[in-house]
Design a protein around this ligand. Structure first.
Ligand code: PMP
Length: 402
């Protein structure tokens, strides 16, 4: 008998399961609004032209080899990635109070933050927005956190942020708790705080001495401008708040499977930076030992050259413009069809996702009857819409909610 005779078939992640169901579906009108990846008007993945160009340059660079990177990653990448996140005029950067390490994209940046904080800030609670990316809880659980709390974020009925409850929840958090925030394009709701609201959150964080982790998986994907999307983290840094940020190049450079990201820690005392990085390496070494090089070299080339960067920014704007157009069109079509309920939140939300407000039963029917795939929570990836399928999607939603 096998030592694993009792293994059970599980679904580790709804999102990968949905993609599989979509791929197996033979229906001609099937639509995938599940997976969080950009799609072109032709429903194809996009390799950004400037990314492709830089990939060729990396491949053709005969001075490069496949030696291990340092455990903390590729220094050329770290420099440009950190500047993209914080802005090159960032005071914390100038004062050398930033400890940045390359990670296996945003997921492993979150995990490294969680590993480090679980050990360093023993017994503390971690607060997640309600709702949040479904992997956050698992990551922190595996890192050893024991206390999990939610702070209010989404008001289901009003389909907007429940700001007053959010502030109450953070104000009543035990002093020193860890609080996870989404830098921009909140997943799954697509609803971000305004500058005024971010300032209120920063105030509570300071008063209550909370430790923020800002998960920044969509820098540039909310507004099309990475500087605007990094406003909150830069504001927090300028307020002298110690924080961590998880950075990812999956979405904004379309480098999903290259796994490029970083964990950035801003601390008050620059003298602590080397020790802090060295302690973080205690979690990297027994985990993946050192990060992969290729994607980091590509990002370093894209961001390290003014012209390349401009071209990247142009494509980023084109991608986000397409998403914004699809939002507007979906709203117009739903309204034209007299779809019951309010739908204007679709155009107030930003980034890839829209939290539609569709309930679990409606989602199940959309999948079964209409071959439109989306998560149980009613989240849709707007990038999965295009001029060819948007009428079908709007009509299907209308029929299901009627
Ligand atoms: N955080 C959030 C909020 C996300 O939505 C994602 C991607 N779905 C990630 C982190 C991590 O993505 P990756 O590991 O590809 O960088």
């Amino acid at each position: 008998k096998s030592a694993f005779a009792d293994v059970k078939l599980v679904i580790p992640a709804e999102i990968f399961h949905l993609t599989k169901l979509y791929q197996e579906d033979k229906h001609e009108k099937k639509v995938n609004l599940g997976v969080g990846a950009y799609r072109t008007e032709d429903n194809k993945p996009l390799v950004l032209p400037i990314v492709k160009k830089c990939e060729f340059e990396v491949v053709n660079d005969l001075t490069l080899n496949h030696e291990y990177l340092p455990m903390s990653g590729n220094p050329d990448f770290i420099k440009v990635a950190t500047e993209l996140l914080l802005g090159s005029d960032c005071k914390a950067l100038q004062e050398k109070r930033v400890a940045a390490v390359q990670t296996v994209s945003g997921t492993s940046a979150c995990r490294l933050a969680a590993d480090f904080l679980a050990k360093r800030l023993k017994r503390r609670a971690v607060f997640f927005p309600d709702p949040t990316w479904e992997n956050h809880g698992e990551i922190f659980k595996h890192a050893g956190f024991k206390q999990f709390k939610n702070y209010a974020y989404w008001h289901k009925k009003r389909r907007q942020i429940d700001m007053s409850k959010l502030l109450v929840d953070l104000a009543s958090a035990t002093e020193g708790s860890v609080v996870l925030l989404h830098g921009s394009a909140h997943n799954p709701t697509g609803m971000d705080l305004t500058k005024k609201q971010w300032k209120q959150v920063a105030e509570v964080i300071k008063c209550n001495n909370l430790f923020p982790i800002i998960d920044t998986a969509y820098q540039g994907f909310a507004t099309g401008d990475p500087d605007r999307d990094a406003w909150a983290i830069r504001y927090f840094a300028n307020q002298g708040i110690e924080l961590m940020a998880a950075q990812s190049f999956s979405k904004n450079m379309g480098l999903y499977n290259e796994r490029v990201g970083s964990l950035v820690t801003i601390i008050k005392d620059p003298k602590l930076v080397p020790a802090l990085i060295s302690e973080q390496m205690l979690y990297v070494r027994p985990n993946y030992s050192n990060p992969p090089a290729f994607g980091s070299r590509v990002v370093a080339k894209v961001l390290g050259d003014k012209k390349n960067k401009e071209e990247w920014l142009k494509t980023l704007r084109e991608m986000t413009d397409r998403v914004k157009t699809m939002r507007k069109e979906l709203l117009q079509k739903l309204q034209k069809l007299n779809t019951p309920g309010r739908w204007d939140h679709i155009v107030k939300q930003r980034g890839m996702f829209s939290f539609t407000g569709l309930n679990e039963q409606q989602v199940a029917r959309l999948i079964k009857e209409k071959h439109i795939y989306l998560t149980r929570t009613g989240r849709i990836n707007i990038c999965g819409l295009n001029t060819k399928n948007i009428d079908y999607v709007a009509e299907s939603i209308c029929q299901i909610v009627k």
